[in-house]
Design a protein around this ligand. Structure first.
Ligand code: CTP
Ligand code: MG
Length: 210
């Protein structure tokens, strides 16, 4: 079964404020290189990069205005029977978690990694401590997410036709009416989102072995 890894790397990194995250360095390597190494086993790798940031020796597509549009562009270039959609903002690829994901996509056709919520989860109500939500029923969704390509393609086509935007691909496929398996992720696959996350990533890079 041919597997294509689709890397969404076309964001502008506004919250960190140091340009596109794909080209930020941790442990002496760019986030893009971390992710590429993590998926070096894949049959095909396609990367969506921001305009003006193309990279030699890689199969690339131009990113879109939103993450969903970037993934749409990636899908048009993908040829695998299964696609693994991954954010470059998650540089640490944990092999065992990806193997669990691959098993689930074979069985269900769509699957995502997710982790439990470690802290108490509360609704903010007028800057006050509001309703506490029982966190055992909630999960934080990670990438990679894996799909039979035909399913994800259909979901993207339909969402595009109806002008609907989602923040991740699992939500798109669920909206299409297809079940999505939740697979145990790994907290090391956290998303580098805020400036302080770079320090966490730097620390993890020093002890990294997947
Ligand atoms: N992404 C993308 N195309 C876009 C927007 C985002 O490929 N138009 C990618 C980012 O490169 C990232 C992933 O989607 O790998 C998750 O997005 P996020 O963490 O929000 O990254 P940025 O959009 O770059 O950061 P910010 O929201 O702070 O600007
Ligand atoms: Mg963003």
């Amino acid at each position: 079964m041919k597997v294509s890894v689709l890397l969404s790397a076309a964001g502008s990194g506004e919250r960190i404020g140091r340009g596109p995250k794909a080209f930020l360095q941790v442990g002496g390597k760019t986030l893009l290189d971390w992710a590429l190494e993590g998926f070096s086993w894949a049959d095909e790798l396609v990367v969506a990069l921001p305009p003006g940031f193309q990279k030699e020796g890689l199969k690339t597509v131009l990113g879109g205005q939103t993450r969903q549009q970037s993934v749409y562009n990636l899908l048009q270039a993908a040829t695998g029977e299964v696609v693994l959609v991954h954010d470059v903002a998650r540089p640490f690829v944990v092999r065992a978690a990806v193997e669990r994901l691959m098993e689930a996509v074979r069985a269900v056709g769509a699957a995502t990694l997710a982790v439990p919520v470690p802290d108490t989860l509360v609704r903010e109500e007028d800057q006050q401590y509001g309703e506490v939500i029982s966190r055992e029923h909630y999960r934080l969704v990670q990438t990679p997410q894996a799909f039979r390509r035909a399913i994800l393609w259909q979901a993207h086509q339909q969402a595009r036709a109806q002008g609907i935007e989602f923040t991740d691909d699992a939500q798109l496929v669920q909206w299409l009416g297809h079940p999505v398996a939740l697979v145990e992720g790994d907290r090391r696959m956290f998303k580098v989102t805020y400036p302080e996350d770079l320090a966490l990533a730097e620390g993890l890079a020093q002890v990294w072995s997947s």
